[in-house]
Design a protein around this ligand. Structure first.
Ligand SMILES: [Zn+2]
Ligand SMILES: [Zn+2]
Length: 347
């Protein structure tokens, strides 16, 4: 089968590999019917994910059809349409039992697919702990509607959940990239008083204006001043930092009002400064990233009910055998790309 592979720092390459097989009775093998490219794939390519293993098939955003299951798998069967969770988790350890599945104690726990074990920019993928890692797609929900459930939408949902948003709040979301938009959609479900998005890209600003006209958009250079004007207590009640740019960590805590919650979803390329003397007395609560992707069933239900729709994010479509072209466009942010859907290879 075709498998897009991490060769070395800076190089991904299409390779021919054997179709994966069940290795453990809790595994499933899924035929990938639709996949995507995530910014985290680029982080692997550029060497900022040191735990990524050269030789693995990349890709961790996908949906598909169950091809085969191990004898201990009970929640799915061959023929089921499923979303695949970016995270691998056992469901039984201390962290899993508390819902902190990102920190599952299993040696393959956390983000393993397409990082430490073969992922889904391929024709087939083996999913460990399939009872946890797969969710059946409800009747009437398309592959495109379900594509982001296991990764960026799970992340946005988790970010909105842990940010303790109430109906009185002014929520600031920094970054309107794909994960920022997913965070926005999930924040909207909490119905806060006001949502402000900070973004610098003209294309992304246009996207937010077009699809979510009720949301206020500000640019980074005016963000501190604007958020003070827009909120009742000198800053945002909740800040969710999804950008991961050079100055956005600082922007996040500067825009927060005293006693606010600042949720850091972003994956940074470099260490960030926590200038405690400057923020002393602001009494902020920081929550940091690593999605606990255990809400996929609920997210799929919300999609089926029409409450979340991420299909506008899909701006480009390429078959697996043309994935190099898809990467070129995604990596260089050409042609107004937001997300690329990778369909099955052309015969
Ligand atoms: Zn991802
Ligand atoms: Zn676990």
């Amino acid at each position: 089968m075709l498998a897009y592979t991490y060769i070395k720092h800076g190089t991904f390459q299409m390779m021919e590999k054997p179709v994966p097989e069940i290795k453990d009775p809790r595994d499933a093998v899924v035929r990938v019917t639709l996949g995507s490219i995530c910014t985290s794939d680029l982080h692997i390519k550029h060497g900022s994910v040191p735990r990524a293993v050269p030789g693995i098939t990349v890709g961790h955003e996908m949906v598909g059809i169950v091809e085969q299951v191990g004898e201990k798998v009970t929640s799915v069967k061959p023929g089921d349409r499923v979303t695949v969770n970016v995270e691998t988790f056992c469901g039984e350890c201390f962290f899993c039992r508390h819902g902190y599945v990102n920190n599952c104690e299993d040696e393959q726990g956390g983000w393993a697919l397409g990082c430490r074990i073969d992922g889904g920019q391929a024709e087939y993928v083996r999913v460990p702990y399939a009872d946890q890692g797969l969710n059946r797609i409800p009747e009437g929900v398309s592959d495109e509607q379900a594509l982001f459930v296991g990764d960026i939408l799970a992340t946005g949902f988790w970010a909105a959940r842990i940010s303790e948003i109430s109906s009185d709040d002014t929520v600031l979301i920094i970054g309107a990239g794909p994960t920022g938009i997913c965070t926005l959609l999930c924040t909207m479900l909490k119905h806060p008083r006001r949502i402000v998005v900070c973004e610098k890209s003209e294309e992304r600003i246009r996207f937010v204006h077009e699809h979510y006209p009720e949301v206020i958009v500000v640019r980074p250079e005016e963000c501190v001043e604007q958020i003070r004007k827009l909120s009742s207590h000198g800053g945002a009640d909740v800040v969710i930092e999804v950008a991961g740019a050079e100055d956005t960590f600082r922007l996040a805590w500067e825009c927060a009002r005293p006693n606010a919650i600042v949720t850091i979803v972003a994956l940074y390329d470099r260490p960030q400064q926590l200038p405690l003397p400057d923020m002393y007395g602001k009494n902020l609560t920081f929550k940091t990233g690593g999605v606990d992707g255990c809400d996929c069933a609920e997210i799929l239900r919300l999609i089926a009910e029409g409450k979340i729709d991420t299909t506008p994010l899909i701006t480009h479509r390429f078959p697996l055998d043309k994935i190099e072209e898809a990467y070129r466009i995604f990596e260089n942010r050409q042609d107004g790309v937001i997300k690329v859907a990778i369909t099955e290879k052309t015969m």
